[in-house]
Design a protein around this ligand. Structure first.
Ligand code: ASP
Ligand code: MG
Length: 405
């Protein structure tokens, strides 16, 4: 069976005229002889409104109920699109997560997909052409609806493409592909024709918003042919692929930025074994993701400073968590800074080329931009800087790495 998965994001299904246009686009693919699985997001803005709504009901949110409310956004769009397809004589129907079924664990609001059963849809495709699946949702083994975390429809689409061994998974969105950096900040940003899974994974996890990070990790794991395309213009988009030897070689493929960062410094931490384990263990218990970490070496072997970053949205809970263990750890000061941004340069070229860190640090120095924290991976260098300078940093790095031309 020739089968493709097409995913449409919120702006692509923002209203009924838009949904009718998508239906025509799907018809073209059906006419090429494909069975089509469509994965839809909620109409743009709907999920945010549902979150505001459910929050007004109770001070302590029940996440299972939160998931039932949030999943309605995708329920609406799947049925609207199926109806628009029927209207142009395409044999289609809507499928909710539990009807497929898409089975997830029970971590509500951030559930992980465990299994996608294919029997129901394979039976359906014997007589029909298009299945329109509500993205973002699953069903737990407790028979409750779950959601996969913000942006989770991308992950639904890739997981479905893997489960059905689809020929490809096309992610339709409001931009025409993956860019070297955010074009709203750097005017000279360029669309990339190709990018590797590893690079896309780093860019997504460092703040590029075009794909949910988990979806890229899944695509890499299952070798799903992934493309990002515009729903509004007929353009080739960006293909996300395995690294090939003869790929066009540039040092850096992209520059990402993340505004949701906060820096915490614990000063005067006694220099003894087990302190870091104590601090980061306490944060992990509250599912706070610690990203960059530096520890100064103590001169007199008595006390050190530990600095680390967390999502700014976790600041309140991190502060109370750390203060609870202050007596045990005996650090002197708790210092926070939320006026920080993380800038990351990413490129497979880093594996083989030296001097990338030098170019990055020199460029920032020439612009009088101070670096608070640095972290690296094999194909990424991240720096934490003051948010006053992040646009300047992005523009000058984009130019320094030859991405302007
Ligand atoms: N509607 C959900 C969200 O806004 C899921 C998605 O669109 O991917 O996060
Ligand atoms: Mg999205």
């Amino acid at each position: 069976m020739k089968l493709v998965v097409l995913k449409f994001g919120g702006t692509s299904v923002a209203d009924v005229p838009q949904i009718k246009k998508i239906a025509l686009k799907v018809k073209e693919v059906v006419n090429q002889g494909y069975k089509v699985i469509i994965v839809v997001s909620a109409m743009s803005g709907v999920t945010n409104n549902l979150i505001d709504l459910v929050k007004t009901t109770s001070e302590s949110l029940s996440y299972p109920e939160y998931d039932v409310v949030l999943s309605t956004g995708e329920q609406v769009t799947s049925a609207l699109l199926a109806s628009a397809l029927n209207n142009i004589n395409i044999k289609a129907r809507s499928w909710l997560g539990w009807q497929v079924p898409i089975i997830s664990d029970k971590s509500h609001a951030k559930a992980l997909i465990e299994e996608i059963k294919t029997d129901n849809l394979l039976e359906f495709f014997k007589k029909n052409q298009v299945a329109v699946i509500s993205g973002f949702q699953g069903i737990s083994n407790e028979n409750r609806i779950t959601t996969l975390g913000r942006g989770g429809s991308d992950t639904s689409a890739v997981a479905i493409a893997a489960a059905f061994s689809a020929e490809r998974c096309d992610i339709y969105t409001d931009v025409d592909g993956v860019y070297t950096t955010d074009p709203r900040i750097v005017k000279s940003a360029k669309k990339l024709n190709l990018i590797t899974y590893e690079e896309m994974l780093e860019l997504a996890s460092q703040g590029a918003k075009v794909l949910q990070t988990r979806s890229v990790a899944l695509a890499m794991k299952y070798n799903v042919k992934l493309r990002v395309l515009s729903s509004f213009e007929d353009l080739p988009g960006t293909s996300i692929i395995k690294e090939e030897k003869n790929m066009e070689k540039t040092e850096i493929s992209g520059i990402a930025h993340s505004l949701n960062e906060a820096k915490i410094t614990l000063s005067g931490v006694p220099d003894q074994p087990g302190q870091a384990a104590e601090i980061f263990g306490a944060l992990a218990k509250h599912s706070i993701n610690v990203d960059m970490i530096v520890q100064s070496s103590s001169i007199n072997q008595e006390a050190t400073d530990i600095t680390f970053t967390i999502p700014e949205t976790d600041m309140i809970i991190a502060e109370s968590t750390i203060k609870k263990i202050q007596k045990k750890i005996c650090f002197k000061k708790f210092i926070t800074d939320t006026n920080v941004v993380k800038i990351s340069v990413v490129g497979n070229g880093m594996r083989t080329q030296s001097g990338i860190a030098k170019t990055m640090f020199e460029t920032l120095a020439n612009n009088q931009i101070n670096i608070h924290v640095i972290s690296t991976s094999e194909i990424k260098i991240s720096v934490l800087i003051s948010s006053d300078y992040y646009e300047l940093a992005m523009r000058s790095l984009h130019s320094a790495f030859g991405l302007d031309v």
